[in-house]
Design a protein around this ligand. Sequence first.
Ligand code: HEC
Length: 152
Amino acid sequence: MKRIHAALVLGAGVLAAGAAWAHGGATGIVKERMDAMSDIGRNVKSIGQMIKGVAPYDPVKIANAGGAIAVHGGEALTELFPEGSLQSPSEASPAIWTDWTKFSDLAANLQTSALALKTLADQNADRKTVAGAFGKVAATCKSCHEAFRIKK
Ligand code: HEC
C-alpha cells in the first residue's frame, strides 16, 4: 500500500512540475500567493495575446481579465505576505518587509492600473489606448518582481 501511495504522490508531483509555473511542494500562505500570482499570470497572458493579435481582439474578455487581475491587487496581495513568510519553495525576497511601503505601493499600482485597463476596455477605447494601459499593468509586475522576487 505504501509503495502505491508513494507512486501516486510522485506522479502528482511530476504533473505539477509540468504546469506553467512549477510551484510544487508549496503549502499554506506561500501556495495561496503562488496560486494568486498564477491566476494573474494567466490573465496577463490572455490579454497579451489579444493585444499582439495572436488571439482575436475582444474588449469584453480584456475587461474581464483586467477585473480579475485587479481583484488580486492592493490589500488582497499584501495580506498574502505576512512578515517572514519565506518557506521553501517561495521566491519572495526578505526585502518585502524592510521596504514594505514600496511593496504595498506596487501592490496598489497593480490594482489601479488593472482597473484603468478594465475601464478602457469596457468603454471600448481604441486598441492603442488599451495596449498602453496594458503596458502599465505589465510594468508593475516587472518592477515588483525585480525588487522583491528572487528567481530560483
Ligand atoms: C507587489 C509586488 C508584485 C506585483 C505587483 C506582482 N507580483 Fe508576481 N510575484 C511577486 C512575488 C513576491 C512573487 C514570489 C512569491 C513567492 O514565491 O512566495 C511573485 C510571483 C509571481 C509568479 C510565480 C508564481 C509561482 O507559482 O511561483 C507569477 C507567474 C507572477 N508573480 C506573475 C505576476 C504578474 C503577471 C504580475 C503583473 C500583472 C505580477 N506578478 C505582479 C510580487 C508581485
